[in-house]
Design a binder for this molecule. Sequence first.
Ligand SMILES: *[C@@H]1O[C@H](CO)[C@@H](O)[C@H](O)[C@H]1NC(C)=O
Length: 299
Amino acid sequence: MRSLVHVPLLFFLVVSSQGFLQPAFSPRHGASTRLFARQQNQPAIEVPVMNEEIKAKEIRVIASVTGGKDEALGIMSLVDALAKAKELGGLDLILINDKADPPVCKIADYSKYRYMLEKKAKELKKNSKATEIKEVKMSYKIDVHDYDVRKKSAIKFIKQGNRVKATVMFRGREVQHDNLGFDLLEKLAVDLSSVCIKESRPKREGRNISIIFSPKAEILKAVNDDRKNKDKSKKQKKRQELEERMAKKDGTSAIADDDDDDDDLMDDEDYDDDDEDIDDDSLDSLLGSDKITDDLFSR
Ligand SMILES: *[C@@H]1O[C@H](CO)[C@@H](O)[C@H](O)[C@H]1NC(C)=O
């Protein structure tokens, strides 16, 4: 178990030594494409245009070499850029922005580049799960008590990491008082300013006026830290439970065959049903492994 913890490090070493020893190592040879074959649950990332597939004759080049720091190499011809990529240890030239003039390319180890993108995409996906839009609605004639109730629920939603849409609704001719609606939302913005920021100014939508608030960075960070800690203790619990189950299984097999065995099996099945929230991710972390490294080693 213990040594598996070092697998991600090993992964980098293997990839970079490959890049170094075999300058021809490039996804076009099929290796990386297979290596990063998309798995269920994994965000889709398009394979970029790279190396000889790049059409532009002149490009702006950034190199990502040691330490992951980017270095601007300026504008050069495609031929020079390809030579530079080779010179830097058989790296790939990856088109990262074809909208720019000239297009921007990055010299990097494609496997590492891809790995970082996937890591980022995964993190984004994880963080966006809790980010919902909650709505609080009110009339422009709202009284103090009702206003406080709306304010409190907005604060609660924000502190959970959600965005909040506050809407002031008007009926029929009430719309002539829309300045009161704008004032109300500005007041709400001030009252909520310790926990959130305005995503934009109050806007009119038909008869409504609304504004969207999003949690301040420190609130989001607290929410994410909290979630991470919960995930961690959940995983710890799963690991413990798994160990207990294994110990239990060993124990029962040591006992001579008797009717109890069937009961144990039943218990285990019930147990599995409760466990449906063990997803691939938590299993991976239980095993201290991940799919990318699995694929790497099964090649
Ligand atoms: C006004 O807000 C209410 C409540 O959120 C919503 O049901 C309605 O569709 C909105 N009207 C417009 C024109 O956006």
